[in-house]
Design a protein around this ligand. Structure first.
Ligand SMILES: Nc1nc2c(ncn2[C@@H]2O[C@H](COP(=O)(O)OP(=O)(O)OP(=O)(O)O)[C@@H](O)[C@H]2O)c(=O)[nH]1
Ligand SMILES: [Mg+2]
Length: 403
């Protein structure tokens, strides 16, 4: 199943990934600004890129309510059709989720593959999943995405066959198909439960160590910080969702050991099924004692990112855990915002101001760091070390005495 979802051909060793060309479509809804939607579409482009597609053009439309058949207005659809006519465009990607019906109507009109935000994210996840757990979780999410869309897909096939009415053999096929998908979902859930039980036993065996989880939006530098803090090699890359499997490392600060875990990044509008099926991966977050919330401070939408992450943490019921806010990519922030004439003192003033502003807004201990230049990483170790020690003092005072 998961293979059929891949957009660009998967990278094989030594082979270049085959590029597909895409057109992006976003709507500006009531209460949204054009700039906001432009940022969202930038992110969609990054997602498309991660999946192996290059964006040729972006279309937007102001819309109060999406059309139940074509999602966007028919005029806009025609505009897109004309644009792609003489170009090598093989997919049109919508920033919002489409129903099966909309997908088919649009596909019939444009005659290219139609992808929505959820299926794009699922596609990336499918290409990235390594462990049995991640693979099963992704497949489960794909099936759950597919289930409510089967009818639309079948109607589409019928029409191709010459159009049978709404009832008739097609209907029966939908039912059988639904049953197959439901059976598959049940099997995948069973398999996940088994993996879950094994993981739980493993987690129990880890003993009385304080657990710290790195959380945050995708591509903010969690794995890079994990590597620095634990001196390990965790896959870090300038692509979205480089990390799908939770990595746990035992780290020692001075003589004090603790467990540090790196987890899957969050994103705006993460498909609900995906969150649900990744719940067990996120158990690592749920069972941790301290959260390190990593933020890419060089990203213009970082406050939006923080809100998304906080919402997800709330969903997981972990928002009360002691949290250290780490604003990463300070080097990139400076590169983007300061000119070379800025004096060191002025820079310091600005950064102290930012820090105060962030502390007032987010209420937690706040650090500005750069994983690349290692600036303030010692400070990060100190502050995190103190937080861990105080957790040991609360939970295992008899052990904490030795540090
Ligand atoms: N300029 C700059 N780039 C950084 C810094 N930290 C990380 N990066 C880059 O940001 C990109 C993403 O880093 P990762 O560590 O893979 O991010 P992540 O949060 O683990 O991402 P996901 O696993 O996809 O959620 C990589 O290209 C890193 O090299 C930093 O301090 N400064
Ligand atoms: Mg990562």
């Amino acid at each position: 199943m998961s293979d059929n979802w891949n957009i660009g051909k998967e990278k094989k060793k030594g082979l270049e990934k085959e590029t597909e060309y895409a057109v992006l479509v976003g709507v500006i809804k009531e209460g949204q600004t054009e700039e906001q939607v432009a940022e969202y579409l930038d992110e969609l482009e990054f997602l498309a890129n991660t999946a192996g597609a290059e964006t040729l053009q972006v279309f937007t439309q102001k819309l109060k309510r999406p059309d139940s058949k074509t999602f966007i207005g028919s005029g806009k659809l025609q505009e897109i059709k004309e644009y792609i006519e003489d170009k090598d465009v093989s997919l049109v990607i919508f920033d919002d989720d489409l129903t099966g019906k909309q997908m088919n109507i649009i596909e019939e009109e444009l005659k290219v593959k139609i992808v929505d935000r959820s299926s794009l994210i699922l596609d990336i996840f499918a290409g990235r999943a390594q462990s049995a757990q991640a693979k099963t979780q992704v497949e489960l999410a794909q099936m759950q995405y597919l289930l409510p869309r089967l009818r639309g897909l079948w109607t589409h096939l019928e029409r191709q066959r010459g159009g049978i009415g709404m009832r008739g053999p097609g209907e029966m096929e939908i039912e059988t198909d639904r049953r197959i998908v439901r059976d598959k979902i049940a099997k995948l859930k069973d398999r996940l439960e088994k993996i879950d039980r094994q993981n739980q036993t493993q987690r129990k065996n880890r003993g009385d160590l304080i657990r710290v989880a790195l959380v945050g939006y995708t591509n903010v530098g969690k794995s890079t910080l994990m590597n620095i803090l634990s001196k390990s090699e965790v896959f870090a890359e300038n692509k979205l969702f480089a990390t799908l499997d939770t990595t746990v490392r035992k780290v020692v600060f001075g003589t004090m050991p603790f467990l540090l875990s790196d987890t899957v990044g969050f994103i705006r509008k993460l498909p609900t099924h995906l969150i649900e099926s990744f719940k067990s991966t996120l158990d690592e977050v749920r069972e941790s004692d301290i959260l390190v919330h990593v933020v890419d401070m060089a990203h213009t939408e970082y406050e939006d990112h923080i809100a998304t992450v906080n919402r997800t943490l709330k969903d997981l019921k972990v928002e009360e855990k002691p949290t250290l806010m780490v604003f990463n990519k300070l080097d990139l922030y400076r590169e983007k915002n300061y000119d070379e004439l800025l004096l060191d003192e002025e820079r310091e003033d600005i950064e102290n101001g930012i820090k105060t502003h962030l502390e007032n807004n987010y209420g937690n201990t706040t650090l500005l760091v750069s994983a690349h230049t290692k600036e303030n990483i010692d400070q990060l170790r100190d502050v995190l070390g103190e937080m861990i020690l105080s957790e040991y003092n609360v939970r295992y005072p008899y052990i904490a005495k030795q540090w």
